[in-house]
Design a protein around this ligand. Structure first.
Ligand SMILES: [Zn+2]
Length: 669
């Protein structure tokens, strides 16, 4: 251990976390120093007999730098420019995770915590943190006998390693397909065609990165081009991840059995809002029942439209509709033809810089925040932007935006914690890692697809949750410690704001003509977004059911391809492409495991959260937004999600608002 204490991120530091541009060997060195110090400090916790808050605080002071190291490692693994640095990020995260796994089954620490009497935990915040730490340790296996504990630890470490391997393969194995020339890109927007010129052989190379492939699936007129694009995407990380996924399922099953659960799904949902696989299954069935007739109607309308292009077409093919991408060919077309909202034309009003600034302006207005660009040293890529957030004079935290795809970068869209916040100790930091800005064009003026706007708003919902909940008294009060199936609620709400006319009007402007989005388009935008609502919902239900079923069984001898197809077909009226190995590039199967239903459940909750706004007649009422931030976001994991919802709504949460929302989608195209 050679690093001096002053170099380490720790509770006393208010400024920067670890630099993002550390050379690989330096990151590894710092990671071992941080974990080494934590190991020593864990053995020096105050003994029993001290006040409980002192013990919890001391323990959190040990854990905090390690949690931050893990966040840092995961971020570097997702975004670093070269393989060696990404590998050092992975090594740092795994070193930190291994320490946390060991801490969780440390019976000496567990005994210390258990010896604290309830009356020695003054106040809700410390009592909640204490309870969460104990539960986390029990769920890691601390109460098992010594040999079982040792096996649980081996498995926990291995599960972390396998998850990282699965995701690294997805990032590394970007597919590419070719089209014969510009004529095959008929239907695509002009700026896209310009940015994708033919190579010396006349052919055009297109990757499976989102800004490359999404427009092809939404706009390419030639079905065979869309078919090729989707087929290429469905083979991403195949066959490499087949075996990795088998191993992940097997180890997780063994872990859950060791802990006395019937399956990994039963284990993982045990402390969630929907706390048994049976409750999750019943919920998904209920949503499917509500959505199916409407989805069938939507799809029938798209098929009718297809028959005008291809008389006698028997069915919709997977590349005709939003089966994988957020926007498919015929749903996009219906939006254009029935609602006069042309997604292609819309795009010219959506330069990235203006959309981002519009999002910031919305947050400034709704939550009283001031967001200022800063230029700290040592960011991980020249296209990354950094911002400081304040409310009045009070600093709230810092965030980073990394929007441009590049080789080896995480290919989906996600919020990454960079540093957890504790009041008076350190400010929270978070990053958005997305791939919505086409790398072939100047970033500020590059046009986003409307789906890119939705993605940006969605992920910003998570980011705001991370920043606002990073001011609790204890680490275990922050966002990461709320029930995971609540976690998409703030992001679903931000999606709603992304298509609200008042919001879009403020930022949608074509910089070439200076014209804003025509009012009649604005007025129809929200309706147009409801095209395919039930179909998209049913797809989410299908995916959620797959994620649940994969994990709710003994996986030995399981044919994952077959299960995937069977469950998908049970819920979704359009067949999957063949061959297809969607699961190999489905990163949620690591982090969300059996809990992909989180999206649908959180959507239901978000509809309910919107009710007070709808009653007020505006989605962007600052008073209700303020209450929402205070009651639902700021408390983080302090109380159960249902209690936060009760506090905000003034009643129990329910599905009624969701049912009304679904019923309001157009039933005929
Ligand atoms: Zn999300």
């Amino acid at each position: 251990m050679t690093a001096s204490r002053s170099e380490l991120p720790g509770p006393s530091r208010m400024d920067a976390p670890l630099p993002f541009d550390l050379p690989p060997e330096e990151l590894r060195r710092r990671a071992s120093a941080i974990v080494g110090e934590a190991e020593v400090a864990l053995r020096a916790l105050p003994g029993a007999g001290h006040a409980g808050d002192r013990l919890v605080r001391a323990l959190e002071a040990v854990l905090l730098p390690v949690y931050d190291l893990v966040s840092h490692g995961h971020l570097i693994l997702a975004v670093a420019r070269d393989e060696a640095t990404r590998e050092s990020g992975r090594a740092a995260a795994e070193l930190g995770d291994r320490f946390l796994n060991r801490f969780r089954i440390d019976s000496a620490v567990y005994d210390l915590l258990q010896a604290v009497p309830a009356e020695a935990l003054p106040g809700e915040a410390v009592a909640s943190a204490h309870r969460k730490i104990l539960r986390e340790m029990r769920r890691a296996g601390v109460e098992l006998d010594a040999p079982a504990r040792a096996r649980a630890l081996e498995l926990a470490d291995e599960i972390d390693r396998i998850s990282n391997e699965f995701n690294a393969n997805i990032a590394k194995l970007v597919g590419t397909f070719e089209v014969a020339g510009p004529e095959e890109l008929a239907g695509l927007p002009e700026d896209y065609r310009k940015a994708h010129p033919p190579g010396p052989d006349g052919r055009i190379r297109i990757t499976t990165q989102y800004p490359d492939i999404f427009p092809v699936l939404a706009f390419a007129e030639r079905p065979e081009v869309r078919e090729r694009a989707l087929a290429c995407r469905m083979m991403r990380a195949h066959p490499q991840n087949d075996e990795v996924l088998d191993r992940l399922l097997a180890r997780r099953y063994e872990f859950a059995r060791l802990l006395g659960h019937s399956s990994y799904a039963a284990y993982v949902v045990g402390d969630k809002m929907l706390d048994t696989p049976a409750r999750v299954r019943a919920f998904l069935e209920q949503v499917a029942r509500l959505a199916r007739p409407r989805a069938e109607h939507e799809i029938a309308g798209w098929l009718a439209r297809k028959r005008r292009d291809e008389p006698g077409a028997a069915r919709l093919e997977p590349w005709d509709a939003c089966i994988w991408a957020p926007e498919g060919y015929y749903d996009s077309k219906i939006r254009r033809e029935q609602y006069s909202v042309d997604p292609k034309e819309l795009r010219s009003y959506l330069p990235y810089g203006a959309v981002r600034d519009g999002l910031f302006a919305l947050c400034e207005r709704l939550f009283g925040l001031a967001i200022t660009r800063v230029h700290p040293e040592g960011l991980w890529h020249p296209t990354v932007e950094a911002y400081d957030v304040r409310r009045g004079a009070a600093p709230i935290g810092r965030f980073y935006l990394d929007m441009v795809p590049r080789e080896g970068k995480y290919g989906h869209a996600a919020e990454f914690d960079v540093r957890l916040g504790i009041r008076g100790v350190q400010l929270p930091q978070a990053a958005l890692v997305c791939n919505i800005v086409d790398p072939d064009q100047p970033p500020e003026s590059v046009r986003l697809q409307f789906e890119g706007v939705i993605t940006l708003f969605h992920e910003f919902g998570h980011l705001l949750h991370a920043l606002l909940s990073g001011h609790g008294e204890y680490l275990y009060n922050s966002m990461g410690f709320i029930e995971w199936d609540f976690i998409e609620t703030p992001s679903e709400l931000f999606e709603e704001w992304a298509s609200d006319p008042a919001t879009v009007r403020a930022f949608a402007r074509d910089p070439d003509t200076g014209r804003g989005l025509p009012e009649e388009v604005l007025a129809r935008l929200h309706d147009a977004e409801s095209v395919g609502r039930a179909t998209r919902l049913l797809r989410q239900v299908a995916c959620a059911a797959i994620s649940l079923e994969l994990y709710d069984r003994d996986p030995s001898g399981l044919d994952v391809d077959r299960l995937f197809r069977e469950v998908f077909d049970r819920y979704f009226p359009i067949p999957l492409p063949t061959p297809g190995h969607w699961q190999d590039s489905w990163g949620h199967l690591t982090g969300y495991s059996a809990m992909y239903y989180t999206y649908t459940w959180s959507n239901v909750l978000a509809r309910d959260v919107l009710t007070p706004f709808l009653e007020r007649g505006t989605l962007t009422d600052p008073e209700i937004a303020g209450r929402y931030a205070e009651k639902l976001l700021a408390p983080g994991g302090l109380r159960p999600a249902a209690a936060l919802l009760r506090d905000y709504l003034g009643r129990e949460h329910s599905m009624a608002a969701f049912e009304r929302w679904l019923a309001a989608s157009p039933t005929s195209p």
